[in-house]
Design a protein around this ligand. Structure first.
Ligand code: FPP
Length: 263
């Protein structure tokens, strides 16, 4: 049984419609290596309880801690999570400040535990515009966990997929201008080498919580062939059971990458 394998005590596992999710069906050899998550619904979760939106972000941060550990136990090698987008600056200044403070707090308080847990923390996004306090914590977390060999937690902060591609194009154009690269030699690999995710495989599975069905400028290049799984559940309520259900759903998919079924 997976529950035993993982040394976890999971309650009877039910999906949002109340159907039983049989964890024992998860096949370790088919578990997605890289999972990307759009953690949406913090604000609505808080509002539903008559609380300020920021209450939802704090709860969302706690959910992330649980999910990183469970993802590692499932055998997932990398988790990319959308914490703050290039568009999120448009939110009320008090909410933006709250999220920045939360990031500083998170990267301070959680760091020791993540480090003990062998988690390697990475980031993706533009440094420009981020407060110094956030940048310092990011650099410190990166440094402290650099040699860890467990799950990679890749946190998107001030991230936009279009901005990432613009940055890659600029770097590539500079190489061409300097004569270090010929235009005819540019291919998919060239682009990948200039993305924040260089060195990481593309996400196999993209999860979005909170019920909306869009990609919101997240990892636009990298999700070209990712399998998509969504749930109406708001991020603070996202659970180990739901991650297991997403993985199980992924394992049943027929990934053809534009080709034909090999089976
Ligand atoms: C989406 O909820 C979440 C965000 C915009 C970002 C904040 C994410 C967290 C705080 C999760 C924890 C992450 C870290 C690294 C501390 P929303 O505000 O868009 O919710 P809504 O769709 O209900 O308005």
């Amino acid at each position: 049984m997976l529950k035993k394998l993982l040394g976890l005590t999971l309650p009877n596992c039910k999906d949002p419609e109340g159907r039983e999710v049989d964890l024992s069906q998860i096949r370790p050899e088919l578990v997605p290596q890289h999972v990307a998550i759009i953690m949406d619904g913090n604000g609505r979760w808080a509002r539903a309880q008559g609380k300020p939106r920021t209450f939802g972000h704090a709860a969302g941060a706690r959910t992330l801690r649980r999910i990183v550990k469970f993802a590692d136990k499932l055998g997932i090698k990398a988790l990319s999570v959308y914490a703050f987008s290039t568009e999120n600056w448009k939110r009320p200044i008090t909410e933006v400040h709250f999220i920045m403070d939360l990031l500083v707090e998170y990267l301070t308080k959680e760091l020791e535990e993540f480090n003990q847990y062998n988690v390697r923390i990475r980031f993706m996004g533009a440094r420009e515009g981020l407060p110094d306090a956030v940048l310092e914590k990011m650099d410190h977390a990166l440094e402290v966990t650099r040699d860890n060999t467990g799950i990679i937690l890749n946190i998107a902060i001030n991230y936009g997929g279009q901005r990432e591609l613009v940055g890659a194009m600029k770097e590539i154009a500079t190489l061409v201008k300097e004569g270090q690269l010929q235009p005819e030699d540019i291919n998919e690999k060239t682009i990948e080498e200039h993305l924040y995710t260089r060195g990481m495989p593309a996400p196999d599975l993209l999860i979005r919580t909170g019920g909306d069905l869009r990609v919101s400028n997240f990892m636009l290049w990298q999700i070209a062939y990712s399998e998509f799984w969504t749930t109406p559940v708001f991020w603070p309520d996202f659970s180990e059971e739901l991650l297991a259900e997403a993985v199980l759903s992924y394992e049943k998919r027929d990934r053809r990458f534009g080709g034909l079924n090999q089976k």
